[in-house]
Design a protein around this ligand. Sequence first.
Ligand SMILES: *[C@@H]1O[C@H](CO)[C@@H](O)[C@H](O)[C@H]1NC(C)=O
Length: 322
Amino acid sequence: MFPITILHVLLLIEIILHCSYGQRDKKFFRKDYKYLEDTESFYKIHTISKSWQDARKTCKLEGASLFYPVDEAESNSVIKMWTSEQAFEQVFIGISSLLVKGAFITIDGVSISDIYHKWSKGEPNNANGNEDCVVMRRNNGAFNDYNCAAKQRFICKKTLASLEWNSACNMPDTGYTYSETFGRCYKFHLTPKNWTEAYATCNAEQSFLAIIESQAEADYFVKLTQEAPKDLVRGNYLRGAVLLGFHNVDEEGWISIKGTALEDVGYSKWGNQQPDGGDSEKCGSMFYNGKLNDLGCHHKCFFICECDNLIDVTFDERFATL
Ligand SMILES: *[C@@H]1O[C@H](CO)[C@@H](O)[C@H](O)[C@H]1NC(C)=O
């Protein structure tokens, strides 16, 4: 018996190791990111322009960071990819002097004087006293200081070395927990956001603002809420409710974010006297006890994201390449 047991244990360890590191061998991060072998990193070119701060946030929500070239070779590789895919001429990069004017640092706090940088002739010039962010040009890879609020395209980057893999949920975000009962993954977000921002956050994580489809799932959400270390979160936000994926924004009745009438979703138990807000409360939430509640869309609350496309992802991305 004894040797067989050890063998079993070794086999199990082997399976676990394979699952955790397998993704790194396959070099997959997310469907919307492209891997470049030269730089051992994944990139996504964002074609919708944003302010520098919003660009930085967007990359972070996707589990990546706002790109800046670490050396000339990376600059060249990224420009080559960019040129083959897009025609626009410049992008915001992850360098700014927002903290202290004139002191340009990367998003990870490294002074630009200590790393690769390539200013255009006569830059940075702080034109109009209003240029604390940095753009990179496609034609020559040169930098220019720029107005942070003037929306620009941008590129997000994730290094292969920094990639972690949540094998139970088949996604890079290790904040998601697999539920055997529902065959889905969930993440309780402890950074309070308003409904719109919560929706965008789940979307950026390639999931969606959670929808309760049964009493059992409601009970599970109550448990998730109970177990979350909510009391440690300070600041100005609405306590007692968790944002969920339903709304009445169109004032045509409460529907899930997938367009199903709330009565047909599988769970529609409102709290006492709810919904009670009329025009001023068009966004959906649940009280900590699982009963539904209408809420003003501006309120910041905790929220739950849900990911239910595990099987699709599994077939498309993982086993297809085996
Ligand atoms: C939600 O929060 C974002 C970011 O703080 C803000 O820009 C937006 O106006 C807010 N939405 C509502 C409805 O308050």
